[in-house]
Design a protein around this ligand. Sequence first.
Ligand SMILES: *Cc1c(COP(=O)(O)O)cnc(C)c1O
Length: 404
Amino acid sequence: MAKINRNFTKLPGSYLFSETARRAAAFAAKNPGKKIIKLGIGDATQPLAPSVIKAMHDAVDDMAAKETFKGYGPDFGYDFLIDAIAKNDYAARGVDIGIDEIFVSDGAKSDCGNIGEIFSVDNRVAVCDPVYPVYVDSNAMAGRAGDFGADGRWSNLIYMPCTAENGFAPELPSEVPDIIYLCFPNNPTGAAATKEQLKMWVDYAAKNGSVILYDSAYEAYITDPEIPHTIFEIEGAKECAIEFRSFSKTAGFTGTRCAYTVVPKALVREGVQLNSLWARRQSTKFNGTPYIVQRGAAAIYTEQGKIECRKIIDYYMNNAKVIREGLIKAGLEVFGGVNAPYIWAKTPNGMPSWDFFDMLLNKVNVVTTPGAGFGPSGEGYIRLTAFGDSEATKEAVERIIKLL
Ligand SMILES: *Cc1c(COP(=O)(O)O)cnc(C)c1O
């Protein structure tokens, strides 16, 4: 008889966004006349940039002619895209990343979830709390998280609380982890990490032989010129870090699917380059991102593409400002929204975050995300996203101000 992976049965029930969607749908069914505004999920709403659309149309034409048709592409991405990434995302910031250190994929979620395969099951893993659930759940599936306790914590994970008290900057854990997940600018708290803060982590990982898994999906939202966009801006990071990037938030590719992961050749553990392990994993289990999509992604690096993408990001960041200022006006304690498209706010009078979620849904028909869904230390907070329509965002904020 086939035996299942019992680790899956240890996972707690409903995924956060299924539950918020379920509650919103139940409310909508009972109140058909009400206009619900969704500021919950971090998903792009603006159309792709015209340069991207043009490049994708041209790529479809390539597929239509025998001379230019493309079958399977290179395992790790087309040169035209990898070269553009190396030049624009790294060399332009003074970081030298080789083209054989970049792996194009169909998403940072897949890469964050799959990267665990190149690490032994007995590594100790540290995550921020609150956290993007993919890091935690994928480690639980691999059997690396232990058991899920009544306190909402996995027995084998090291939790690094990120709260208002420490400015949402994780502190070095007392127990040394082998693998450390960091995400800056952060989802869900909207916090960004300074050079000094990242340097502290790089030095710590170097000293202990740990590996940092650095999720930089929101780097395009950084407005402060002092904030690093890539962990490889920090000296020594190539010896201890892997970086995940995505076109999802940078260029609205959430439905189009393109991302990449950087595994430096200098990253060696137990005498083995992690780059070669990831290359082997990807070439075995992944057959490449569609040519049409990679052409679209490459277009964001053209002069015109950059201008167009900047405009879309500015649109979202203007929403962030509206939410931020509105919630402050409503009397809430507000974080994020400056270097990230997420606003993280304390609930009024320490109200539990699911209660505040229900209150906003039922009283003013605004869907948010309860902080507790991102981890125990998210209790007492809610997250709002800046990815909505600007008019709807303004209306949602006005309703919240009126309510509070
Ligand atoms: C949205 C997001 C990603 C991007 O995932 P894709 O699979 O590339 O769409 C990665 N990490 C975090 C923290 C995110 O919020």
